[in-house]
Design a protein around this ligand. Sequence first.
Ligand SMILES: Cc1ncc(COP(=O)(O)O)c(C=O)c1O
Length: 442
Amino acid sequence: MTEQKLNQVKPLSLKINEQHQISLGEIKVAELVKQYGSPVYLLCEQTIRARAQAYTQAFQDNYPNHMVIYASKALNCMAMCKIIEQEGLGLDVVSAGELHTALEARFPTERIIFHGNNKSQDEVKLAINTSVTLVLDNRTELGFIEAQLAQDPSKSCKVLVRVTPGIECHTHEYIKTGKIDSKFGFNIEELDEIITRLKNNKQITIRGLHAHIGSQIFETVPHKDTCKVLLQLYKEIKDKHGLEFEDINVGGGLGIMYTNQDDPPEIEDWVKIIAGSIKSNCKELGLKEPRVLTEPGRSIVGPAGITAYKVGNIKDIPNVRKYIAVDGGMADNARPIMYQAEYLAEIDGKDPNKDTELVTVAGKYCESGDVLIRDIKLAKAAQDDILVVYSTGAYNYSMASNYNRATKPALVLVNNGQSHIMVQAEDIDDLLRNDKMPVHLK
Ligand SMILES: Cc1ncc(COP(=O)(O)O)c(C=O)c1O
């Protein structure tokens, strides 16, 4: 494990030389932009691996019976699945598309779990046929599972049952998922009936319960409480149904630094809290200690990524605001417009402490709200300068769109002086690939 501090905005291999030129994995960002175009998503392989290892090492030291499951919604592509597989983690997928990507990357299916609050019949069938574990979310899905299994008595299915534990956390409203008022999972009151129904189906194995309480969380108490709520349910289920589950899944959600105001716990400290809470609650309730599953996404890949843009138009409205527009925006990073997310950035090759000005970094898309960073102090920018935005590894590429028929940028992995395309940039013809011209319009 690296000696370097993991909780930081910049990736581990990011360096800035005396001329303020930024490099990643020993390659200058300016060269990467020359090679791959701009905008471009750049990922530091060293950081992804170090953060994955920080989780596994912390569990090894504090609770060896575990599986860290990378939540691939944060960033999913075949190369990412491969890195996660090599690091020995599991994989959380939420759609047939994410599962297909994982299968194509030959990710071991026994380490895959399949989430989703509205899985289709086809998705349930695919999960059963590929033997991945389903995170059972609702009655409709349960009906699909039962129907699938009834067609073939030789088939079986492993499930984790998702519950809403009613725990609030201080994060943005849109990414809170553990509240009672949530589209995800069963209410605790429904659980008894669901467990009875599952137990009566001999083709189904209940691995345990699951809860995910939100994302970008800095406090540790909500997760500690989640363990407690879940284990109290384990105790009730043991007493009533005689079942002792093998697994407990406490979700993901550990926050990362986007700006200097953010102060998330270290991965190791978060793991210690979870491990401690599981151990003490099991002891108190007389339960055997289950295998602990966690689902971090953002905290593995978020700090590994940076996005490089080129500065275009600069609009100075005297006494109001100075906009510097870049060649990307909400189509490659939807988080600012969706969640008012904040980012740090720097101009490549310019001293960030000299000749600075307060500016707003605007995107190029047709929405006034397409602003990447509001009110940031940057070195005075000029046209064609490269702007590097930090902490863009999670929920940037994976939420990218073709809004305004934008082409998605390349996703490039960088390490030790080498760069590799993980997903190539779309070109203008990719946009037309699925267009058809109806005969009567020809
Ligand atoms: C069920 C579930 N697990 C894990 C995650 C990953 O969360 P994060 O990326 O914040 O760790 C999410 C994200 O919202 C989620 O919905």
